[in-house]
Structure formats: C-alpha cells, structure tokens
Design a protein around this ligand. Structure first.
Ligand code: NIG
Ligand code: FE
Length: 410
C-alpha cells in the first residue's frame, strides 16, 4: 500500500458542503498515491484517521489557500498556424461571420492544421499547454475540428492524447461538424449532407482507435443545422458517447434544447440562449459552459442569460475556449476575471466554473472538489482569499500545482 502524505497548515476552498467556497480554515489534506484520502481541519486529524495509518511525508503549506486543480473543459488547443491577421481585420471592422464566409476563419486554420506534421502540432500545443499549467491546469478537454477528414482529425486527436504525457489529464471531443471542408464545397446543400455522412462513418473508426471521449458540433448558420447535428448525436448515442454542443453563440438555433434531449454534458457559448433553452437544460442537468474569452475577443454585446441560468439552477462552467479565431486566450485566471466583469458572475461562481462545474461538464465525478476519494489534483495559491484569483489580472499567484499527488515543486 502506498504511503500517506500530509499537507498541513492550509486554507481549503473545497467546493463541497454548505459553506461559501466550501471553505475550511486550519485545514489539511491526506493523500495516498493519486487520491485524496482525507480532508478536514488539522485538529480533527487524529480522531478521523484510523490509528496505525502511517504518514510518511509532511508538507506545511504555511497558511496558503488550496483549491481543486483547474479544469479547462472546452478548448481547441491543437492546431496549426495562428490568425492574428484576422484579429487585425476585425479591429478594422470586419465581422467574424464575414471572414468565415470569405474562406478565412476556421477553414484557414484547417489548411494550416492539415499541412502540419504530428510532431509540429504536438510542439505548438505543448507550448500552449505549459502556459495553462502555469496557472494551475490539471485536466483539459481538447477538441478536433481543424482536420475535417478522418486522417487529419485522427492526427489532431492523437496529438491531444499524447499531451497527457505532460502532467495533465486529457479528455478528447470529436468535432468533425465544425466547418465544411473545401473538398465538400458545392453549389447545392447536398454536399453538406454528404459531409455529415462521412463524419458519421468516421466517428466509430476514431472511437475504435481510442481517440474519442465525447462528441461536439458547431450548430450555427455558418456551421451545421440542428437536423444535421441531430444525426451526429444519434450516431454518438448508438456508440455510447456523450454529446455537447457549440450552441446559440451567434444566433438562437435551439441547439441547447437539442443537446438537452440527448442528455448532453454541456451546451457551450449560449449568448442567444432562449428561456426554453434554459428550461430544457435545467430539466436535463446539462451544464451551461460559458466562454467569456470568445465573448470578449469578438466584442460581443449580447450577454448569455446568467440570471435566468442561476434562477433555474443550471450549473455554470467556464473555460478558455482556447482557439486561434475567437479566443486566443491562454490564461485560466483571466477567464475568471472576464466572467466577473462581463457576465457579472461572482468570484465564487467563477471559480466553481473552473472546478466542480467544469468536472461535471466533462462527466467526471472524480475531480473538481477537495473531497476524500477524488483525484489528488490541487493548487496552492499565494493569496489572502480565493476571490483574489478573479481580481488580479496578470499576477502569478500559483505557488505549487499538485497533480495526482505529485507536486510540481518539491
Ligand atoms: O468555440 N465557434 C466555433 N468554434 C470556435 C471558434 C473556432 C475558430 O474560429 O477557429 C469557438 O468559438
Ligand atoms: Fe469552442
């Protein structure tokens, strides 16, 4: 049996129980291998821990705050090239949809991603991953969607899997229905359905290679219709794969109701979410994945209906949505601040969005809180209160990141 490690003299934001932040002052954690064995007040340790348990290592955290490891549950971290030129065009007044319709946008990244080798994609994604880890990332979801053929989607997903060798856990999502690849363009609409057919064929093959944990799509006027997405969701359901959706980002397509009907993990973006969509998500337990980075970078003015989501009890998660088009954002702490400033979320809601509710958006019950039985993924922060994580912009408050019980810094 693996030895126990005691992490003492901590203030814990557990996100468990009824206290604000799930806070435990004078707290301590016991870990064994990759798991949390016990969480509580240090003074309760002797009574709670059965006699004879052998604590082999002790770390004093010197009064620092500890939170669960941060979870980025919606990213497009693997891609070739970058799109700073489009950023500049948008600053001059061009619209995101306009650029996309003119052949830029997602399709420009598709060309770069197809041209890149697996090694090149891995190197650039690793660089970005390290930036997120430096702010406490321990689990990341990574989507395909810039390959748009079986070969290139598989390449992206293999790169995503390989990133798990670098001190994070990775969940993958197949996003074949992200944009129409150039070879399927045509004068009628039939070609779009032909591409959907191809994706329906690719999905089981990619799953068989162990590359797919969930299925996503872009339901939008410049993406795919609800009927096309529904065909993909049906195939996912047959294969036992959970679904999620880029929904109501630029218009209300009813994508969140569709996602809720399939018991989806999350509906993401949601600026144009309707009251019916809120009700459907509440009923199905589908998480609202809010993406303030994309909202910010596209200079959106239409806010997701935060008050309605809150009132309906829909869990709200946050993530970077890191991608080269709408959200070239590599800071999880910036996400907290953007959510507070733009969406008027509270600092506590925001941090729940990157921990407990992010875990829920990935369907993972073994992380996101500081509770016995969960993974020993946690962050040690040099702050006086966890609300400061939303407050500073550009500080470096992370003292240490503990991944699967192992600290980055001894
Ligand atoms: O989450 N909206 C669709 N997908 C991405 C943007 C992808 C891109 O522009 O490259 C998003 O915002
Ligand atoms: Fe996205």
């Amino acid at each position: 049996m693996k030895a126990l490690t005691l992490w003492r003299d901590a203030r814990l934001a557990t996100f468990h129980g009824d206290q604000p932040w799930g806070a435990i002052e004078d707290g301590a954690l016991l870990t064994r291998g990759e798991q949390i064995e016990w969480v509580g007040r240090l003074v309760d340790l002797p009574a709670d821990v059965p006699a004879g348990l052998d604590i082999q290592r002790e770390h004093s955290l010197q009064g620092a705050w500890v939170t669960p490891g941060l979870i980025d549950a919606h990213t497009h971290l693997v891609y070739g090239g970058q799109r700073a030129h489009e950023f500049e065009l948008r600053l001059q007044g061009a619209g995101y949809e306009e650029i996309a319709r003119a052949g830029g946008g997602i399709r420009s990244t598709v060309a770069h991603t197809r041209a890149a080798s697996e090694a090149e994609l891995l190197a650039s994604a690793r660089h970005r991953l390290e930036a997120l880890k430096a702010e406490g990332l321990t689990t990341v979801e990574i989507k395909s969607g810039y390959g748009l053929s079986r070969e290139h989607e598989a390449k992206m997903l293999r790169v995503a899997r390989r990133l798990s060798a670098h001190g994070v856990q990775v969940r993958t999502s197949y996003l074949g229905l992200h944009a129409l690849p150039p070879e399927f363009e045509g004068p009628t609409g039939a070609n779009v359905d032909a591409y959907v057919d191809a994706c329906l064929d690719d999905l089981p093959a990619l799953q068989a290679e162990g590359l797919v944990d969930a299925v996503d799509a872009f339901c939008e006027t410049i993406g795919f219709t609800p009927a096309q997405v529904e065909r993909l969701f049906q195939r996912a359901q047959q294969l036992g794969l959970p679904v999620k959706l880029h929904a109501e980002q630029l218009s209300d397509q009813g994508g969140s109701q569709l996602t809720a009907r399939f018991g989806g993990l999350s509906a993401d973006h949601l600026e144009w979410l309707s009251p019916e969509g809120v009700a459907a998500m509440a009923q199905a337990g589908t998480v609202a994945m809010l993406l303030p980075g994309a909202y910010h970078c596209l200079r959106e003015t239409k806010l997701p209906p935060i008050a309605a989501l809150r009132a309906a009890g829909v869990p709200m998660a946050l993530s970077t949505d890191h991608n080269p088009g709408t959200s070239p954002l590599l800071s999880m702490l910036a996400v907290l601040q953007l959510a507070c400033i733009h969406f008027r979320m509270t600092p506590e809601e925001a941090l729940r969005g990157l921990t407990v509710n992010a875990a829920r958006a990935l369907g993972l019950k073994d992380r996101g809180q500081l509770v016995a039985g969960q993974r020993a993924d946690f962050c040690v922060w040099g702050v006086d209160h966890p609300r400061e994580l939303s407050y500073w912009l550009g500080g470096r408050p992370l003292i240490n990141r503990i991944f699967g019980g192992a600290p980055d810094k001894e």
